[in-house]
Design a protein. Structure first.
Length: 361
């Protein structure tokens, strides 16, 4: 087995809470290449993860981890396609309906092409894979099958165990630790289709600059927002959200150069009233599947759950470039939801994924 001891000793020498101190990109990437290869001692893996957490990870370190995961990934090849993902870290403990997952369906209905990354539940009652499976979407499509699904209906799901099989190497360590580590935030930044446009929700506002800095260093996104909303890992009518936006302003063909800004967004400013987090509560896969269908139905009726889907899809429309502002994105999302197009996209997605799996595409 390859030893992580030199890396662990270097982190220990920095001392706890030394976020200003960082391993180099090459040091952390080399360590995570070894970890993801399955050749590292599990005790040393656990020690490294906890040392990093005690010190505090830096954007450079997170970028090295992301690139190691991307190198080990079974990627989805969609050259020339402009792609969107709306995804959250989880970990907010709110057990809401699957807001980001329903939002990508609405965003697809608005005109975005979606490559949605996700997994089964880790910290909630129902993860994106759980609810989509209950709805009838085939969740474990191969990379080639995902490509066919995107081409057929404009939206597809990429199941983490399929695209990131190397994560099996760290699964037992993470389970034994039972404590949050850097792996909790890597998933939303390692989209297997290299989606250039992303809405990433985080459970802790302190993660905003960390994840934005890492995304800049990795340099795969063109326009992304990292969102923290009143204790949730997404925007909701519960209250204002803090948004950190990064946008590539370099001409095509040149190295990416990002503009970055942080601002507050209040749903009240787009006519969406406050709600309580309990108004967004979901349950297990079957209950959330039923809620999923209800929030995507056409019609002018609304409630806190539909408002949440409109908000997050609206932000997705903005970062994808369908509108010039979040406000414009919310208006487009509302109009599209009321038209019934989102429900039709869901039906087509279910049919397409099943047909592809059954070899009938």
């Amino acid at each position: 087995m390859s030893s992580l001891k030199p890396t662990i000793e270097k982190i220990i020498s920095m001392g706890p809470g030394a976020e200003q101190s960082s391993l180099s990109y090459d040091e952390i990437k080399s360590a995570f290449d070894v970890i993801l290869s399955g050749k590292a001692d599990p005790v040393q893996v656990g020690a490294l993860l906890m040392c990093l957490r005690m010190k505090g990870e830096t954007p450079t370190e997170i970028a090295g981890m992301v690139d190691a995961m991307n190198d080990a990934c079974l990627s989805v090849n969609l050259p020339g396609r402009k792609l969107l993902d709306i995804v959250g870290t989880g970990g907010d403990g709110a057990d809401t309906i699957n807001i980001s997952t329903a939002s990508v369906v609405l965003a697809a209905a608005c005109g975005a092409t979606v490559a949605k990354a996700g997994n089964r539940s880790v910290s909630s009652a129902c993860g994106s894979a759980d609810v989509l499976g209950s709805l009838g979407v085939v969740i474990d499509l191969s990379p080639t099958e995902v490509e066919k699904c995107v081409e057929d209906c404009g939206v597809a799901f990429m199941f983490a165990p399929v695209n990131h099989p190397a994560m099996k190497a760290v699964g037992p360590v993470r389970k034994a630790l039972g404590i949050r580590s850097c792996f909790n935030i890597l998933g939303p930044m390692t989209n297997a289709a290299s989606a250039q446009h992303a809405v990433i929700g985080v459970f802790d506002g302190a993660l905003l600059p960390l994840m934005a800095g890492a995304l800049e260093k990795v340099g795969r996104v063109d326009h992304a927002v990292i969102v923290h909303g009143c204790g949730l890992d997404e925007i909701s009518p519960v209250g204002p959200a803090t948004i950190l936006e990064i946008r590539n302003v370099a001409p095509d063909g040149e190295a990416k150069t990002y503009e970055k800004k942080t601002f507050s967004f209040d749903p009240l400013d787009v006519g969406i009233p406050r709600c309580d987090v309990l108004d967004l509560r979901g349950g297990g896969p079957e209950q959330n599947a039923e809620e999923f269908r209800l929030v995507l139905n056409g019609g002018e009726h609304t409630n806190a759950k539909r408002d949440s889907i409109v908000l997050n899809a609206g932000v997705g429309c903005y970062v994808y470039g369908l509108t010039d502002s979040i406000e414009g994105g919310v208006k487009l999302a509302r109009k599209t939801l009321e038209s019934g197009k989102a429900a039709e996209v869901l039906k087509k997605w279910i049919h397409s994924s099943q047909s592809i799996r059954n070899g009938q595409e």
